[in-house]
Design a protein around this ligand. Structure first.
Ligand code: SAM
Ligand code: SF4
Length: 337
């Protein structure tokens, strides 16, 4: 059935006139790794099955989001590939009129085996989290083995033409900061965008964050020590990163610096949690429950009105500062970083 999206209505913008075009969709709170900066080793109090949105429910919410101007969907978690048959969801989202771009954030442990189904379903871009190129360190940071599988997943994504593949690397002093150069060097020979991320305070990682934080300015200095850098526009679907390339390199290096150079002014995104809450800011409590109305029969048009209503509570900016954890802080894993 062909449907048209009504583009004559005002598209979504928040109270600060920021157009909202990007929705991150968390499909699970669970993960097959336990990265030290993200999740306690023992895991979290996981959501019950009936608390999780079903794929059909997520697609209905995406349909509503598309009606009000959302064009990009990023599927995330927890670890999205641990949810069964994720390709079914990707196919459902790909069929929603108005959605132009579907991306996935993954730790890539399960990527190689699922990639063919995901590609057939319509996946076009992938971000892989990888904090080290050394197996012993991988275990120390992720508290599970799997570097070889992650690397195979990255190779499979590049071979499948999912260019550019973005690698997200959380930099921690004393844990992996001596690999900044090795990660940057990858961009000289491969179409990879390496994005270094400042570690942010979540859950009980405040001590780790305070002790290991490396600013994006320092990261860039250390990347520049390996060769002259020039600013580049960044890949399509460019998020909050600033990008730089070495001369003639097929890839680029980016820095994401929510703490030292926050990007709130340009924020174009909202998040859907795995249990159906629309979160207006990663670091704030402001959210709107969409699951209850959805399960009471709200259709995409009614949900679209809820999206509009939610815009009035999207905050202007987060108030995180280095070494502080907001009492409202939620783990990325819980809310779908
Ligand atoms: N499991 C998937 C993955 O790791 O890519 C998707 C979810 S993960 C929560 C999304 C991103 O958030 C990853 O790139 C991860 O490195 C990042 N992240 C999680 N906790 C973080 C923290 N405390 N500081 C900075 N980045 C963090
Ligand atoms: Fe899992 Fe991603 Fe969190 Fe690591 S960052 S524990 S892979 S959800």
């Amino acid at each position: 059935m062909t449907q048209t999206v009504d583009l004559t209505r005002a598209l979504l913008a928040d109270a600060f006139d920021r157009p909202i075009t990007y929705l991150r969709v968390s499909v699970t709170d669970k993960c097959n790794l336990r990265c030290v900066y993200c999740m306690p080793e023992s895991g979290l109090p996981w959501l019950q099955r009936d608390e999780l949105l079903r794929y059909e429910e997520i697609v209905e919410i995406v349909r509503a989001a598309a009606r009000v101007g959302v064009r990009t969907i990023r599927v995330t978690g927890g670890e999205p590939l641990v949810r069964r048959d994720l390709h079914r969801l990707i196919a459902g989202i790909a069929a929603v009129p108005g959605i132009e771009d579907i991306a996935l954030s993954t730790n890539a442990v399960l990527l190689e085996e699922q990639l063919p189904d995901l590609l057939r379903a319509g996946l076009r871009r992938v971000n892989v989290s990888l904090d080290t190129l050394r197996e012993d360190r991988f275990f120390a940071i992720a508290r599970r083995p799997g570097l070889d599988r992650v690397l195979r997943g990255i190779d499979a994504a590049i071979a499948a033409g999912l260019a550019p593949v973005k690698l997200n690397c959380v930099v921690m002093r004393g844990a992996n900061d001596d690999e900044i150069g090795a990660f940057a060097e990858l961009t000289r020979t491969r179409p990879i965008f390496v994005r270094f991320i400042e570690v942010m305070p979540v859950h009980e990682n405040l001590g780790l964050q305070r002790d290991t934080y490396v600013s994006s300015d320092e990261i860039l200095e250390r990347v520049a020590a390996h060769g002259e850098l020039r600013p580049v526009p960044g890949p399509p679907g460019n998020g909050p990163a600033r990008y730089f390339s070495y001369d003639g390199a097929p890839g680029a290096v980016g820095v994401i610096s929510p703490l030292s150079h926050d990007y709130c002014e340009r924020c174009n995104r909202v998040r859907l949690t795995a249990d159906g809450r629309l979160r207006l800011c990663l670091f704030g409590d402001q959210h709107l429950d969409l699951r209850t109305p959805l399960r009471s029969g709200a259709d995409a048009a009614a949900l679209a009105e809820l999206f509009r209503a939610a815009m009035t509570i999207k905050p202007e900016r987060h108030h995180l500062r280095l070494g502080e954890a907001s009492s409202r802080m939620r783990a990325f894993s819980e809310i779908g970083g």
